[in-house]
Design a protein around this ligand. Structure first.
Ligand code: PMP
Length: 432
């Protein structure tokens, strides 16, 4: 008791001395200023000052990324099972990508809006891409993101066909801007933003029956070759071919969105190769930029040229095909091809499948290194994601399949990393 009295006495003395020397209100203001400017952690600043997209962001602070690993502010290591969501196909900070970026930094950054000047990184990348695409896809229009590629493709189809209707599919995701949102296959995400684009029809993915809705007034049908956010929903045998045929019969352009599934993720360079169809317009993004922001839509030159007249400058943007992004993307594309990363995708998929066996896993849907591990419900999946982060494995869920764990790692992931990540997944499953 005596000790407590001494302590209280001391504190009171301190308070009155401080009050004599300084105005305590001023001290309090200084403390607030310091806590805001100095003491506030990056995490608090992120939550307070960076526009948020949900009330529960993962909010890990990552300070370094290399290969298939992420490192947080405490030096803790995570196996990255999502590679920035299908972006880092050649791994984080591949040395050849870093070199290409550095080289381009020494030459020039942004010099002029898209489409006016000859910029070597753009030209060289368009050349290499088109050399690895069917001959009918020989003109690349660069954008700064996947959503903008969707926007550009929809405009191109309307302009070229002089038709207005666009058809898309339930549970499809093509971006979050208003045009892309208009063709998203989810009323939940659309309803708060209506009115959206008119003359959009949604059909069921994989429904042969629904193909009858495609008519002479349809400008284009837009589909993901493999629906990613639906939890890796794969086109049924023959369905994409039937869709292609119906588009041919009605003079409708077929737009395939490979923003998430392109660049080898599904075991072939382009997913459409596995279904023996060729789109009229191909959408690219994510891995296209090798870790830098880049999107593109690719079509035949005769279609693409409709943007040059009636009206001139039919589609323009400032940052599309940014030289640094194109230099990075070109280097990453060369790494993908030179290191034959796609050849190992099937074996890595099989290793994952052989290890991901547990009574609590309902099923695993996969095509190459695009996998959805299905659990009973979102609660279980969320518990898994949180526990896995603690265990040093980074994953998340799918927009339209919240009960599925996402596995879309860099294609460079090693067998050891796959085994280690899967062992942790199974251990966590045993516990929760
Ligand atoms: N299409 C698909 C299939 C996607 O997965 C995404 C991004 N998740 C987009 C379009 C939109 O790309 P971005 O976020 O770069 O605008």
């Amino acid at each position: 008791m005596q000790k407590v009295n001494y302590l209280l006495q001391g504190l009171l003395n301190c308070y009155s001395r401080l009050n004599q020397c300084f105005n305590l209100k001023v001290l309090f203001k200084i403390a607030l200023f310091c806590s805001d400017k100095i003491i506030m952690t990056n995490r608090q600043l992120f939550l307070n000052h960076v526009g948020q997209t949900s009330e529960a962001p993962l909010s890990l602070e990552i300070v370094k990324a290399e290969g298939c690993k992420l490192f947080d502010a405490d030096g803790k290591e995570y196996i990255d099972l999502i590679g920035g969501i299908s972006v880092c196909n050649v791994g984080h900070r591949h040395p050849k990508v870093i070199d290409a970026i550095k080289k381009q930094l020494d030459d020039y950054l942004h010099i002029m809006v898209y489409g006016e000047l000859v910029q070597s990184p753009q030209v060289q990348y368009a050349k290499l891409l088109t050399e690895h695409l069917p001959a009918s896809l020989n003109s690349v229009f660069f954008t700064a993101s996947g959503s903008e590629a969707t926007e550009g493709a929809m405009k191109l189809a309307k302009r070229y066909q002089n038709r207005s209707q666009i058809i898309s599919f339930k549970n499809s995701y093509h971006g979050s801007t208003q045009g892309a949102l208009s063709v998203m296959g989810s009323e939940y995400w659309q309803q708060a933003f209506r009115p959206l684009l008119p003359d959009i029809l949604q059909m069921n993915f994989n429904s042969f029956e629904d193909l009858k809705n495609i008519t002479e007034r349809t400008a284009c049908v837009i589909a993901e070759t493999i629906q990613a956010e639906a939890g890796v929903l794969i086109a049924q045998n023959g369905w994409l071919k039937a869709l292609r045929k119906k588009c041919n019969e009605t003079g409708t352009l077929l737009v395939l969105d490979e923003i998430q599934c392109g660049f080898g993720r599904n075991g072939t360079l382009w997913a459409f190769e596995q279904f023996e169809v060729v789109p009229d317009i191909l959408l690219l993004g994510k891995a296209l930029g090798g870790g830098m922001p880049l999107g593109a839509f690719v079509a035949h030159k005769k279609i693409m040229d409709s943007f040059t007249h009636d009206p001139v400058l039919g589609h323009i943007n400032t940052f599309g095909g940014h030289p640094v992004c194109c230099a990075a993307g070109l280097a990453a594309f060369k790494v993908l091809l030179d290191e034959k990363l796609i050849d190992a995708v099937k074996m890595k998929e099989e290793l994952f499948l052989s290890l991901l066996k547990h009574p609590k896993i309902k099923t695993v849907r996969s095509r190459g290194l695009m996998m959805a591990v299905e659990f009973e419900d979102f609660d279980m999946n969320k518990k898994m994601i949180d526990a896995l982060i603690l265990a040093g494995v980074f994953t998340d869920w799918f927009l339209f399949a919240a009960n599925c764990l996402r596995i879309v790692p860099p294609l460079t992931i090693s067998d050891e990393e796959i085994t280690s990540a899967c062992t942790k997944i199974i251990k966590v499953l045993d516990k929760i």
